[in-house]
Design a protein around this ligand. Structure first.
Ligand code: PRX
Length: 652
C-alpha cells in the first residue's frame, strides 16, 4: 500500500462499531444481496415505532419513493423520550456561549424544554401538524428546542441560516408559506451583541403569510415589538406544561424543509421526511463518529445548514449522545478556542469544515500543542474537498497522528453521509472520502453511457438506488425535483440520482470528490448558486450584464468572481463606489456570505452566436489557466483578449 495510506488505530478499532474491512465488506454484501432486508433490520432495531411499518421501500412512483410505509413514529420521541429511562440525567446538550458561559442540558431538561416549547406553539400560536414554521436563530439551545418542538407536534420546520439577509428570509418564508417565525433578539459574536430581530422585521414588511413571531431574548438588546404579532418566548414559556403528547407521524410525513442553492433559479426547498431521515442520521452517527455512551461530541456547524440539522441535533440526540453546541466564532478570542473547548469539555469527536481547518492552521499553527487534546478519537471534515496540507496538519497536530479523519461526503439532499471512512475499519488517505457507506449504492458513472468508470477515471457521482434519507421533493415543485436530480444520468435505462459532483476512482474503489460539475460555487463549504448572485447584482440599475464564476481561494476553498458589464458607455466614473453599491445590494438580497471576492468591470462577455455566455472561458481566465476552447466561433472573439488583459491588469 502506498505511504499515503493511514491504517486505523488498532486500539480504537477493538471497540469500534465496525471494526474491520471484513465487517465493512460483510455489511456491503448484505445490502447488495437483500437491500430491503438490510434496511428493514436496521429500521426495526433502531427506531422506537409507535406502529410497525408494512412495506420497506415503495418505488412504484419513482423518483418519488416511500420508505417504511404504514409505520408511525415521532422524531422528538426518538431523540428524547425513549432515552429517559436510562439517560435522564445524562447531558444531552453542552452549550458554550460566545463569552464562555456554559450550560448543561440533561435529557430530562431537554424533554421539559421541548414540551413547553411545543405547548407554546400549539396553544398560543395555533401551530398544527403540517404547518410550516421558519426558524431564524443564533446557535443557542432554544434553536434545538424549537426544532424538536416542531417535530413533536408534526409542524414542518424550515431553518434559515442567521447570515441570510431579510430578502433571502422573505423569499424562503413566502415559498414555504410559513405562518410562524421563531427568532431571537440576537446573540453574541466576538463578545459583542449582534441582532437578528430587525432582519425578521424587514422580511415581514408588506404582504407576508406570517402571523406570529416568537422572540427568544438572548442578548436583551432593544428590539421593536409589533403588537399582536411579536411575543416574548421568555414570558410565554413560563406558564407552559412540561408534558406534551408526541404526535404519531407517518413515516413519510415531512419533517423539515431546508433551502439550498442549485445551478439555476431561486433556492430549492429540500424536503426530508420522518422515518428514513432519522434512521440514517442515527446510523451514521454510530458508524462514522463511533460515539460511545460516555463520549462528548462536537460539530462546529450552524443549525442553519444540513450539517447542523443532522449532526448537531437529530443524529446525536437520536442515539442518546452528548452534543456540544457553540454560539461563537472558533477563532475568538484566538485560534486556540476550539482546542481550549476540546480540553475543557474532554471532547472525543470533533467535526468541522476544511475552511475552518485552513483558517485555524493559518492563524494558529502551534495552538493545538498548547492544549491537552488527548481525549480526541475521531476528527471529521465536511463540505468541500480538503487539501492535503490542511489534512496533514489536522491529522498530525490536532489528532496527534492517533485519530482517524473521517472525510465525510454528503449533501443537503442526501440527509446524511453517503461516502465516508469508518474510523475503526477504513484505511484513510489524505483528502479522500474513501468508500460508500454500507447500504448506499454510490457509484461514479460516465454521464454518456451510464457505465461505472474505471480506476483513475472521473465521472459523475451518482446514487443508483433510493436510500432512506434521500430528499423526498422540492417543496411545491415536483418537476424541479425530477429535473434537478434525476434528469442527467441513466443507468440501464433508469434515471439515477446525480449529486451534481464530479469524482474519480482510485485504487480499491476509493472515491475522491473533485467538486461541482454545475454552476454552483462552494464558498467556505456553503453552496452558492451563481444564478442567485447574478440576479442580485443585476438589481443594480447600472448593471447591463453579469457572469459569476468560482475561483480557488486560499481559505474559503472557492471565492466568488464577478464579470460585470455596466450600462453607462462612459466607463466607470468611480469604480470603488460601484463596487460598494453592488456589495450593498448583495448584502441586502442574500447576505454577507455572497459578497464577491473580485469584481471586474468589462466591456462585454464571451458569448456564442446564440447568446450563451461561455462560463468555461471566464472560469479559466479567473483561475489564470490557459483557454483550451476554440474561441473563433464566438460572437466577438476579440472580447477574450480584452477581458484577459483587464483581469491581469487588476490582479497585478
Ligand atoms: O460539492 C459537494 C460538497 O458540498 C456539496 C453539498 O453542499 P451542502 O448541500 O451545502 O452540504 C454541505 C454539508 C454536507 C456537495 O455537493 N461536499 C460536501 N462534503 C464534501 C464535499 N466535497 C468534497 N468532499 C467532501 N467531504
Amino acid at each position: 500500500m502506498s505511504q499515503d495510506i493511514y491504517q486505523p488505530n488498532p486500539e480504537f478499532a477493538k471497540n469500534a462499531t465496525i471494526k474491520s474491512m471484513e465487517e465493512y465488506h460483510a455489511l456491503v454484501k448484505k445490502s447488495n444481496d437483500d437491500y430491503e432486508g438490510f434496511w428493514a433490520d436496521y429500521a426495526n432495531e433502531k427506531i422506537d415505532w409507535f406502529k410497525p411499518f408494512d412495506t420497506v421501500l415503495d418505488e412504484s412512483n419513482a423518483p418519488f419513493v416511500k420508505w417504511f410505509d404504514g409505520g408511525q413514529l415521532n422524531v422528538a420521541h426518538q431523540c428524547i423520550d425513549r432515552h429517559l429511562d436510562t439517560r435522564k440525567n445524562k447531558a444531552a446538550i453542552i452549550f458554550e456561549g460566545d463569552r464562555g458561559d456554559v450550560q448543561t442540558i440533561t435529557y430530562l431538561d431537554l424533554y421539559k424544554n421541548v414540551n413547553r416549547f411545543a405547548n407554546l406553539l400549539k396553544e398560543d400560536f395555533g401551530v398544527k401538524k403540517g404547518d410550516r414554521v421558519v426558524i431564524y436563530m443564533p446557535m443557542i439551545p432554544e434553536a434545538t428546542y424549537a426544532m424538536l418542538a416542531c417535530s413533536r407536534i408534526g409542524a414542518i420546520h424550515s431553518i434559515v441560516f442567521g447570515g441570510f439577509s431579510s430578502e433571502a428570509l422573505k423569499d424562503r418564508i413566502a415559498d414555504a408559506e410559513a405562518k410562524v417565525v421563531i427568532t431571537a433578539d440576537g446573540a453574541y459574536r466576538k463578545t459583542k451583541p449582534y441582532m437578528l430581530k430587525p432582519v425578521v422585521d424587514a422580511a415581514l414588511e408588506g404582504e407576508s403569510p406570517v402571523k406570529k413571531v416568537l422572540v427568544v431574548e438572548r442578548n436583551h438588546e432593544e428590539v421593536t415589538w409589533v403588537a399582536g404579532r411579536d411575543y416574548s418566548y421568555n414570558e410565554l414559556i413560563k406558564s407552559k406544561s412540561t408534558h406534551c403528547k408526541a404526535e404519531p407521524m407517518d413515516s413519510e410525513d415531512p419533517l423539515f424543509l431546508l433551502y439550498t442553492s442549485g445551478s439555476t433559479g431561486k433556492p430549492k426547498g429540500v424536503q426530508h421526511n420522518t422515518a428514513g431521515y432519522i434512521l440514517w442520521a442515527q446510523m451514521t452517527m454510530e458508524w462514522v463518529f463511533d460515539v460511545k455512551e460516555n463520549d462528548t461530541y462536537w460539530c462546529t456547524a450552524d443549525v442553519g445548514w444540513i450539517t447542523g440539522h443532522t449532526y448537531i441535533v437529530y443524529g446525536p440526540l437520536a442515539m442518546g449522545a452528548t452534543t456540544v453546541m457553540f454560539e461563537g466564532v472558533i477563532t475568538h478570542p484566538d485560534a486556540g478556542r476550539p482546542w481550549a473547548m476540546v480540553e475543557n469539555h474532554r471532547i472525543n469527536q470533533f467535526y468541522t469544515a476544511p475552511t475552518a481547518i485552513r483558517v485555524l492552521h493559518k492563524m494558529g499553527e502551534e495552538e493545538p500543542s498548547k492544549y491537552d487534546l488527548s481525549s480526541l478519537k475521531v476528527l471529521g471534515t465536511v463540505g468541500e474537498p480538503i487539501d492535503p496540507p490542511a489534512w496533514k496538519w489536522y491529522y498530525e497536530e490536532v489528532g496527534n497522528s492517533n485519530c482517524a479523519i473521517v472525510d465525510t461526503y454528503w449533501q443537503t439532499e442526501t440527509g446524511g453521509h453517503v461516502v465516508s471512512p469508518l474510523p475503526g475499519a477504513t484505511p484513510i488517505k489524505p483528502a479522500c472520502a474513501t468508500l460508500p457507506l454500507p447500504g448506499i449504492m454510490a457509484e461514479i458513472l460516465d454521464p454518456e453511457t451510464g457505465e461505472k468508470v474505471g480506476e483513475g477515471e472521473s465521472g459523475y457521482m451518482c446514487i443508483t438506488r433510493p436510500w432512506p434519507a434521500q430528499i423526498r421533493g422540492v417543496w411545491g415543485d415536483e418537476e424541479r425535483y425530477k429535473k434537478s436530480y434525476f434528469g442527467d444520468v441513466q443507468k440501464d435505462g433508469k434515471a439515477v440520482y446525480f449529486t451534481g459532483d464530479g469524482a474519480i476512482y482510485g485504487a480499491d474503489g476509493y472515491i475522491t470528490i473533485t467538486g461541482r460539475t454545475d454552476d454552483v460555487i462552494n464558498v467556505s463549504g456553503h453552496r452558492m448558486g451563481t444564478a442567485e448572485v447574478e440576479a442580485a447584482i443585476k438589481k443594480h440599475n447600472n448593471v447591463a450584464e453579469v457572469a459569476v464564476v468560482g475561483k480557488p481561494h486560499e481559505l474559503k476553498g472557492e471565492g466568488i468572481f464577478a464579470y460585470i458589464v455596466l450600462k453607462s458607455d462612459e466607463g466607470i466614473a468611480d469604480e470603488i463606489a460601484e463596487v460598494k453599491a453592488i456589495n450593498t445590494i448583495i448584502k441586502k438580497e442574500i447576505g454577507n456570505i455572497a459578497l464577491c471576492d473580485d469584481m471586474i468591470f468589462v466591456s462585454g462577455l464571451p458569448k456564442t452566436r446564440s447568446g450563451k455566455i461561455m462560463r468555461r472561458i471566464l472560469r479559466a481566465i479567473a483561475k489564470d489557466e490557459p483557454i483550451t476552447q476554440d474561441i473563433s466561433t464566438l460572437e466577438d472573439p476579440s472580447i477574450v483578449a480584452k477581458i484577459e488583459s483587464m483581469v491581469q491588469c487588476k490582479m497585478c
